[in-house]
Design a protein around this ligand. Sequence first.
Ligand SMILES: [Zn+2]
Ligand SMILES: [Zn+2]
Length: 120
Amino acid sequence: MSAELTLEGTSGGVFAKGRAEAVVRYTCNRCLVEWCESVAVNVAELLGDDGDYPLDGVEVDLEAPLRDAVVLALPLLPLCRPDCRGLCTTCGADLNTGSCPGHDDEPASPFAVLRHLLEP
Ligand SMILES: [Zn+2]
Ligand SMILES: [Zn+2]
């Protein structure tokens, strides 16, 4: 994680402002593929008694606020790509790679009909 911050002393503590960058490991919410991506976030955080991150003596601990800023910027349900097709619920194959042979003996369900309607 790297950051470029300007620290400004205020009456309530230290105001940290700038940009932080971190490499984050994502796991696709649908197909469980993992990948790394760098995330840049803007940081504007008051460090001090009035803020969320109390100062510990004269040391300014920037790791917690930076980590929180990055975590907040992450998607709750990351997808490897917007149209990720996920895993086959029958055999667990990655549907993006087409390794699922398809299953003819799907149990009849109202959703099966729906899905055909939705297919382009
Ligand atoms: Zn995916
Ligand atoms: Zn399958």
